[in-house]
Design a protein around this ligand. Structure first.
Ligand SMILES: Cc1cc2nc3c(=O)[nH]c(=O)nc-3n(C[C@H](O)[C@H](O)[C@H](O)COP(=O)(O)OP(=O)(O)OC[C@H]3O[C@@H](n4cnc5c(N)ncnc54)[C@H](O)[C@@H]3O)c2cc1C
Length: 363
């Protein structure tokens, strides 16, 4: 049995980046149930960084992450074109207004000039040029390497089965042995509530939702440099990938219990049907399909902070569809709270993401 300052449950992007931020200052143990860190949501994302994605309450975390992404070299230019039909004019106006106070360079464009074969009912376009591809694997690997270089231990195949707080420390039982730590961090993604329950902490209502992705071949290849295309009404998005491929999502959000999720054929069919209503490109093959879980707190904001009722239990959960693009600033925020330091990422208000917003006595 070994003693640690902090044990982090979950070695996806959230646990890994937090371990990297903490390791120079604390003895860190990263516990991962799977043999492969990144097997769940982190390895199944659409891999883009967009300052508007998730809305104005998420934007500060995304924008504050930009510098770390640039330093790591994990972004490649992509751009995002938000499109709408005549009836979406109100949504387009509201979208631009929502980000008016930020430095995000949004501008109205003619969408047909940017997407060849766009069907004529898509009349509105807003370009977000700063949207970028993320090298998720590179970023996740670098975070794990930084954590290890600074002394953090990673235990894979180590599923947390029980955690008990005794004499101010956590006694942690996992499938890879027993550990002791002062603080237990819940970075278990879709299993965040389940891990809380194992530690005797009241769940917050973190709900996983299935999201489907398909990799397509189309008769007409996406032109070089085409932006990510997203429906302003939130019914699809697609983006070009290397080798003339296209990644498409129907933007589905089906509530499910946490599990190793697989795509449903119907969701792939819905995605293709919507896609064919946007452009006149014929789909010639579905090369790959997958699904992942996006997990949200009831108010759809992430949760970073100590549980108000159980000492030594820290939440890093509810990252929804923006856990990768916000990871650097979120890790900085969580590390500052865990280490009791005052410096927060620029523009980030920790109170907004605190678990205390759900009240002290939930039932
Ligand atoms: C289809 C799809 C597209 C997405 N696109 C984007 C995007 O473009 N940009 C973006 O920023 N975000 C995107 N996201 C969201 C992003 O993937 C998630 O927000 C992020 O990966 C969450 O990271 P995580 O570390 O919390 O979760 P995970 O990667 O799921 O990690 C949690 C880990 O906890 C482990 N665990 C669970 N229970 C236990 C236990 N009892 N003991 C030990 N370990 C345990 C799991 O094995 C898992 O590895 C997308 C998500 C999906 C599904």
């Amino acid at each position: 049995m070994s003693g640690q300052d902090v044990a982090i449950v979950g070695a996806g992007i959230v646990g890994a980046t937090l371990a990297a931020a903490l390791a120079p200052h604390a003895r860190v143990l990263l516990l991962e149930a799977e043999d492969q860190p990144g097997y769940h949501s982190t390895g199944r994302s659409a891999a883009f960084w967009s300052e508007t994605y998730g809305g104005p309450a998420i934007q500060p975390l995304t924008s504050a992450s930009a510098a770390a992404f640039a330093t790591g070299g994990w972004l490649e230019p992509l751009g995002s074109l938000h499109i709408g039909r005549a009836e979406d004019e109100g949504r387009i106006d509201a979208f631009i207004a929502a980000f008016a106070g930020t430095a995000i360079p949004l501008r109205r464009v003619d969408p047909a000039a940017l997407v060849p074969g766009l069907r004529p009912d898509w009349v509105h376009g807003v370009l977000e040029p700063s949207c970028a591809y993320i090298d998720v694997g590179g970023m996740h690997g670098a975070a794990l390497a930084t954590a290890k270089r600074n002394g953090a231990a990673l235990a894979t195949g180590a599923r947390l089965e029980a955690a008990e707080r005794r004499e101010g420390r956590w006694r942690i039982t996992t499938t890879a042995g027993e550990f002791v730590a002062d603080v237990l961090v819940d970075a278990a993604g879709a299993w965040a509530d389940a891990v809380a329950v194992l530690a005797g902490v009241r769940p917050l209502g973190i709900q996983p939702y299935r999201r489907t992705m398909a990799q397509l071949r189309t008769e007409r290849a996406a032109p070089e440099g085409m932006a990510h295309v997203a429906d302003i009404a939130g019914r699809f998005y697609f983006k070009p990938e290397a080798g003339g491929k296209l990644w498409l999502s129907p933007h589905d959000e089906t509530p499910v219990d946490p599990h190793d999720v697989a795509p449903e054929e119907l969701d792939v069919a819905i995605a293709i049907d919507r896609f064919e209503g946007v452009v006149d490109w014929r789909v010639t093959a579905v090369e790959r399909r997958w699904a992942g879980l996006r997990s949200f707190a009831p108010d759809r904001l992430p949760v970073y902070g100590f549980d108000p009722q159980v000492p030594g239990f820290f939440w890093a959960a509810g990252q929804g569809g923006f856990g990768i693009q916000t990871a650097p600033a979120a890790a900085e925020l969580a590390a500052a709270l865990l280490l009791g330091r005052g410096e927060m990422p620029a523009g980030v208000d920790p109170a907004r993401y605190s678990p205390t917003r759900f009240g002290v006595s939930r039932s």
